[in-house]
Design a protein around this ligand. Structure first.
Ligand code: AMP
Ligand code: MN
Length: 270
């Protein structure tokens, strides 16, 4: 079985390394099949493809789309084998709405007493096409482990949270398929904790796969997702969600457990 990593992030969204740097780290770790899945952005894929060619890594063009669903105000759907041109307009809309949402979150944080502006957050985002909550948290003064700041201010229900409005999970799947891609529900147990809701989400969405093998998934959760994949004929994928060498939570490849239950698969190109 090849060493598969189907989710990773670069400076095009909230990762620490440039796209080529992500591929170099992956190759160093022995990864054979890699997807760069920046949040709502594909601008890093050509650079990653070029680096992958030189290093003998198979690079799958991909994206991770943020979306909303009744069970999760912040659900992620990965799209593999997407045509970069065709997914472009969806990226542009999502990136524009991210900037608008960042402005609203910054306003909420200012009301909570933080001294920051949207420009500070944009500066923190640097070269990123997709501004995200980690950039806002850092602009507000959080550092190191952003978890406590997220829990207090930035997750659904927290003091400064602003929900995303578009796309719905069903729309994200449609957008990915319209761009020639395969839609995979990312790390369902990261966003939702109730097994019945995870199961209903997977049964009702009609995606092509489920990210089954993931660092925070327990053996029971992994077994549950794998059983659903088998029953519904979905592709079980896997990743360590690499965000860079000093990221607090996602700093190494090969960090997901298979628990001896199975192996992640790469969805076939449509
Ligand atoms: P956004 O793109 O604004 O939805 O932010 C998504 C990013 O926020 C993810 O890539 C994670 O790195 C980070 N994130 C989400 N939830 C948490 C959390 N509870 N603690 C720390 N970081 C988080
Ligand atoms: Mn994700």
């Amino acid at each position: 079985m090849p060493f598969i990593e189907l989710q990773s992030h670069s400076t095009v969204s909230d990762g620490q390394l440039a796209p080529a740097g992500v591929v170099e780290e992956a190759a160093e770790a022995g990864v054979e099949v890699l997807a760069l899945t920046d949040h709502d952005a594909v601008a890093g894929v050509p650079e990653a493809e070029e680096a992958a060619r030189g290093l003998g890594v198979k690079l799958v063009p991909a994206i991770e789309m943020s979306c909303v669903h009744e069970y999760a105000e912040d659900l992620h759907i990965c799209g593999y084998w997407v045509d970069l041109e065709k997914i472009g307009p969806a990226c542009e809309r999502a990136q524009r709405e991210r900037r608008e949402r960042a402005g609203e979150i910054v306003e909420n944080l200012r009301r909570e007493g933080f001294d920051l502006t949207l420009d500070d957050a944009i500066r923190e985002a640097g070269a990123a096409d997709s501004i995200g909550r980690p950039h806002i948290a850092k602009a507000a003064g959080a550092s190191g482990d952003l978890g406590p700041f997220f829990e207090e201010y930035l997750v659904p229900g927290a003091k400064a949270f602003v929900p995303r409005r578009w796309p719905s999970a069903a729309q994200a799947i449609e957008l990915i398929r319209a761009a020639g891609g395969v839609a995979v529900i990312a790390h369902p147990y990261w966003d939702i904790s109730a097994p019945a809701e995870v199961e209903d989400l997977i049964r009702s969405l009609g995606a092509d796969g489920v990210e089954t093998f993931y660092p925070s998934h327990s053996k029971e959760q992994t077994a549950h997702l794998l059983a659903l994949c088998e029953e519904l004929d979905l592709v079980p994928t896997g990743s360590s969600d690499y965000h860079g060498p000093t990221h607090k939570t996602f700093a190494e490849f090969g960090a997901y457990e298979t628990y001896g239950l199975g192996e992640p698969q790469l969805p076939a190109r449509p």
